[in-house]
Design a protein around this ligand. Structure first.
Ligand SMILES: [Zn+2]
Length: 451
């Protein structure tokens, strides 16, 4: 593959050693070969980036991509309505082809919005064919992804074990670990397990052990209704099962002292700010984690209810924390001094912290020589982006999808000059519409149920 030389960009590396600078990025194949000023090399494809900010590609650390065909369905629903209609209802209608087309559309939309790494938290895998369809779609999209294999949550059937008593299917993990194990693959495997909030302690213990055996990240939701295993976390902690490979999504209700111990144990946290606010989880925990000296990764979560755009996710989550901090300040009789959570923290949530959650901070999440060439070029030649006194604040507080000009994954352009590079986006949208109409029609959901 030829060299690509991105020249004269304003580069926000999110790497403490490299910092921010105006200069060049030399891409050699899938990797960044060099960063600096005045780089020159023969036979490189030269990209003039004078009017662009270049950042690491965004990392969406928690998305149910299979729900892309259900967009707007759950936008007015509460969490109980979501569980009843989406998990125990619509999810059961998905054929493998529905999973494929939704995952493809959802992943392409992520690329369109600057996401280069997608943590596809796929919990609608009733059969291996559904799983294979999701994986095929991620490959087709050309996005870097961690496929988090999960299990469905249908209503209990009399005479059968309910989902919370069923351990993660070991045979599938063996099969997928073999298939997605290679280092040069854009796809890797993780486990989207039920965890102690959504399963019995016995199941949680078995699933934790399974993830550990295969050296996989075990990610789980924490919150939303009463826990299936109320003392589960205490028991798992006492058994020494917590560590860096454990990822808690949400965690809004965890008490301070428990949060502190989990952070100490190296557990990672993924916040899904907007979905937590609209669906009853409560306030995101970015400020509480900040007090403990760590930052979460960020995910957009429920595509059936809200957009998957990571710049919006970062901005909304930052604004919520500022609101909480300002309320505290007012209660203390002041108007606040200095904002403690900064726009650079928000950009870190959607870049380097996503990489850390995956244990991949050595290869993605920031721009540095030797790392993967996953990056976004954001145009600054538009009315909403001028003038720029601080590039990070311009990204987090002003930029939107219309400014995302080009997106590169492992040295390959996936979006260029404002257009996705994909065979036929129109056909994908038509197929998504057909799939979605069939699924929603099968349940007889009426427009009045949604408004
Ligand atoms: Zn979720």
């Amino acid at each position: 593959m030829a060299y690509t030389l991105i020249q004269n960009a304003f580069v926000v590396t999110m790497d403490e050693t490299q910092g921010d600078f105006r200069g060049d990025i030399l891409v050699d194949g899938a990797r960044i070969a060099a960063l600096g000023r005045g780089l020159a090399i023969d036979d490189a494809v030269v990209v003039d980036a004078t009017d662009f900010i270049v950042t690491p590609g965004f990392i969406n650390a928690h998305l149910h991509t299979w729900q892309a065909g259900l967009r707007t369905i759950a936008s007015n629903w509460t969490l109980p309505e979501y569980f009843r209609w989406v998990h125990a209802g619509l999810a059961t209608q998905f054929e493998p082809e529905d999973i494929r087309i939704a995952t493809l559309a959802g992943a392409l939309n992520q690329l369109e919005n600057g996401t280069t790494t997608l943590v596809d938290w796929c919990h609608n895998n009733p059969t291996p064919l559904h799983t294979d369809a999701a994986i095929a779609a991620l490959r087709q999209a050309g996005i870097r992804a961690t496929f988090m294999h999960g299990t469905p949550k249908p209503d209990p059937v009399p005479g059968q074990r309910p989902f919370w008593e069923i351990p993660h299917p070991r045979g599938e993990v063996v099969r997928l670990a073999r298939e997605l194990g290679s280092n040069d693959d854009l796809l890797s495997l993780g486990l989207a397990i039920l965890g102690p909030h959504y399963s019995t302690l016995e199941v949680a213990r078995e699933d934790f052990a399974l993830a550990r055996e295969f050296d996989l990240i075990a990610s789980m939701h924490q919150g939303g209704g009463p826990a299936k295993s109320p003392d589960g976390w205490a028991r798992l902690e006492a058994a020494g099962l917590l560590g860096k490979s454990i990822n808690i999504v949400h965690g809004n209700d965890l008490p301070d002292e428990q949060l502190s111990r989990f952070v100490e144990a190296g557990v990672s946290f993924t916040v899904t700010g907007e979905s937590e606010m609209i669906s009853g989880h409560g306030h995101p925990i970015v400020g509480r984690l900040h007090e403990l000296g760590v930052r979460p990764s960020l995910g957009s979560d429920i595509e059936a209810a809200l957009s998957g755009d990571m710049l919006t996710a970062a901005r909304i989550t930052l604004s919520n924390q500022r609101a909480l901090d300002n309320i505290s300040a007012r209660q203390a009789g002041t108007l606040g001094g200095k904002s403690r959570v900064r726009t650079r923290d928000a950009l870190a949530w959607i870049t380097i912290e996503g990489a850390r959650m995956l244990g991949k901070e050595a290869s993605i999440g920031s721009l540095a020589p030797g790392k993967q060439a996953d990056l976004v070029m954001i145009s600054t030649r538009s009315l909403n982006m001028q003038p720029i006194h601080d590039a990070v604040s311009a990204l987090v507080m002003h930029a939107n999808q219309s400014n995302i000009d080009s997106v590169m994954v492992a040295g390959n352009w996936r979006k260029r000059h404002g257009r996705l590079i994909h065979d036929d986006v129109g056909a994908v949208m038509e197929a998504l519409q057909r799939s979605s109409s069939r699924i929603v029609g099968a349940l007889g959901i009426q427009p009045s149920d949604l408004q």
